[in-house]
Structures are given as structure tokens and as C-alpha cells.
Write a protein of this length. Structure first.
Length: 342
């Protein structure tokens, strides 16, 4: 906490003024002495009172925000005061993380009246700019005395209030050239194997909806379509953001993260089980290795991980990363994005 006041209100000057007031009361005008003594006592007591009142005040955050770029949302920060007296007008302010802005500014400030033992809501209009966590460096509270002579600044640490999730960029599904007369590729969801295709066979009483009319127009024969999808039980998205020599794919990171987000969204729509592996770890030593799972909670965890990925994360040893990938196999299908500048 920091107290800001004019230099002439420092305690040394106020004690001197108090002594002057006492001598004025003994040998001069009593009214003037009362004013001098009252002013000096106010200046001496009020700073200590402000420090004590600040101990009764803290900031609480509400729900966690989940935004996508260009989304707009109004967030509520709650100032809770258990002080036995009104605090008057209290100002909250802070600098926003670059992932969001408030009314086209990175700095936010708002004033509200705070009464005795009150909980006051401060509104924070936000617009998502880019992928990443949503947080403020710190919430600064400014409490002032009734005469506006002193200002006490107190900072409260503020946890992350949400995340800006990455955009969904379609994953380019590899195409396989047709090998049978009349065969064509099917635009399938990403959870299916890239070898999914439709083959054709001579028509022998199959349902009419399976008749392949475009092939009949070319060959003159009645053919029926047969879907042959190949689908695994579990899927692992390998987001390789490094080259073999450990260099970051700086110019491709955002595209790859957006493609991984689109893949995970498609997995979730198909009720498939999916996991995520990234060859980096955080400053706390936490690796990005999410086991396959499904459901809203798992999807939110994966999207939060993608939102928090940063170029400042530490690269994981290539050999260790490959061992993590190699442990998946059998019924698990691995979809690898990035690596070696691709």
C-alpha cells in the first residue's frame, strides 16, 4: 500500500502546526486555534485510518470468461468491503493483458460509491483480440479521505479471469487419387481416417438410395456406392511446434494451433475420444500431455491448453517427445501437425 499526499501534510509539519494551535489557544483567538488543531489532528489521524480501512477491502472475480477472437463481453469485478464505515468513492484500475482490450484501450478504470459493509460490482467491457489468457497485471484500488487530501493506493493480485480460445481453422484432409472406375473421395469429418472413401460395386438389388447415378452416366452400368470408413477408437493430436534442431515454428504456430482446435472440435462433435501432445513445457515444468478423453470438461481443458501455449515455453527434448508419441498405438490414431517447417 502507498499513501499519496501533498508535502505540506507530512506528519512533521502537522505536529508543528498542532503546537502552534495550542499556543494560539493559550494566547490568541480560540476559534482560530480550534481550526488549526482540528486540521492538524485530521491530517495526523486520517492516514492511519485509511491504512486500517484498506485491510477490510478486497477484490473478488466472478465467472471464468471463454471468448474467441473479436468476441465482446462485459465482465464483473466485485469489490467487497467489510469496513464498519462507508468508504465513499473508490476507484479501481489496471492494465489488461494484450489478449483483450477495454473500449479500445489497454488501461481500464472505473469509480463507484462503496458504502458500509457493501459489495459493489465494477463492470469491465472486454473485446477479445487474440489467443491467450485473460488477466490484468494487478487491480489498483484508490481510497480517498472525505476532504480529498490523501489517496491510498492498494494493489490486489488478480488471477486469470478467462481465456481467449484459438480460432477454428479447417485441417487439410489428405486426398487419395481414385483407383476404381467411378470411385470418388468423400469430404468426411476429421475424426475419420484419411483413407475413408466410397467404392462402387455392380448393382444387385441394393437400396435405390445407394445407386451411383453419376457413374452410370459415364459407364452405362448400374453401380452401387459402398461407404468404407475406417475409424479408430481413440485419437491423439500431436502438435509439433519445433523443428528437429529445436527451433520454433514461429511463423506457423498460430495456424497450427487453430487447426488443432478445429480437429478437437470435430472429435467432440463425433463423441470421439482424443488427446493432445505438444513438445514444450511451462516455466513450472508442466508438460503438455493430455490423455485421450471426451466430454465438455475435457474439451475445455484442451482448448485452455491451446490458449495458453506460448513461444516462451521451454522446448522438450526431441527424443523425450518422440517417446511420448510412440507410447500411443494400436487402436489409437495419431494426427500430427507441424514439425520440420511443414
Amino acid at each position: 500500500m502507498q499513501l499519496v499526499s501533498p508535502r505540506y501534510l507530512e506528519s512533521g509539519y502537522m505536529w508543528l502546526l498542532f503546537v502552534v494551535g495550542v499556543f494560539t489557544a493559550l494566547y490568541g483567538n480560540v476559534f482560530l486555534a480550534s481550526v488549526i488543531i482540528g486540521f492538524s489532528l485530521y491530517a495526523l489521524i486520517m492516514p492511519e485510518l485509511l491504512f486500517r480501512l484498506a485491510e477490510y477491502v478486497h477484490v473478488e472475480v466472478t465467472d471464468e470468461l471463454k471468448l474467441f477472437p473479436n468476441d465482446e463481453e462485459t465482465y464483473t469485478i466485485k469489490l467487497v468491503s467489510t469496513a464498519p464505515v462507508p468508504l465513499g468513492v473508490v476507484r479501481l484500475s489496471g492494465y489488461l493483458h494484450p489478449t483483450v482490450e477495454s473500449e479500445e484501450h489497454a488501461f481500464w478504470r472505473q469509480e463507484n460509491y462503496v458504502g458500509r459493509e457493501a459489495a459493489v460490482a465494477y463492470t469491465l467491457p472486454l473485446k477479445a483480440i487474440r489467443r491467450g489468457p485473460i488477466r490484468m497485471e494487478a487491480i489498483g484500488m484508490e481510497i480517498r479521505d472525505p476532504l480529498r487530501m490523501f489517496s491510498l493506493y492498494k494493489e490486489d493480485p488478480l488471477d486469470r479471469i478467462g481465456y481467449v480460445f484459438p480460432e477454428f481453422l479447417p485441417y487439410p484432409i489428405p486426398k487419395r487419387p481414385p483407383t476404381l472406375p467411378g470411385e470418388e473421395m468423400v469430404r468426411h469429418s476429421a475424426y475419420r481416417d484419411p483413407e475413408t472413401f466410397q467404392s462402387v460395386a455392380p448393382y444387385h438389388g441394393q437400396p435405390m438410395r445407394q445407386l451411383y447415378w453419376s457413374a452410370y452416366a459415364k459407364t452405362g452400368e448400374l453401380l452401387a456406392r459402398t461407404e468404407q470408413p475406417v475409424q479408430a477408437n481413440e485419437y491423439v493430436v500431436v502438435l509439433d511446434l519445433l523443428t528437429k534442431d529445436g527451433r520454433a515454428l514461429t511463423h506457423q504456430i498460430e495456424r497450427l494451433i487453430s487447426q488443432a482446435a478445429a480437429l478437437c472440435r470435430d472429435f467432440e462433435k463425433e463423441n470421439a475420444s482424443y488427446g493432445l501432445i505438444v513438445p514444450t513445457l511451462t516455466k513450472e515444468g508442466i508438460t503438455y500431455d493430455l490423455a485421450p478423453g471426451s466430454g465438455e470438461t475435457h474439451f475445455r481443458k484442451v482448448m485452455t491448453t491451446l490458449a495458453c501455449l506460448s513461444e516462451r515455453d521451454f522446448p522438450l527434448a526431441r527424443s523425450l517427445f518422440e517417446r511420448k508419441v510412440a507410447k500411443y498405438g494400436g487402436s489409437q490414431s495419431i494426427l500430427r501437425l507441424g514439425g520440420d517447417g511443414r
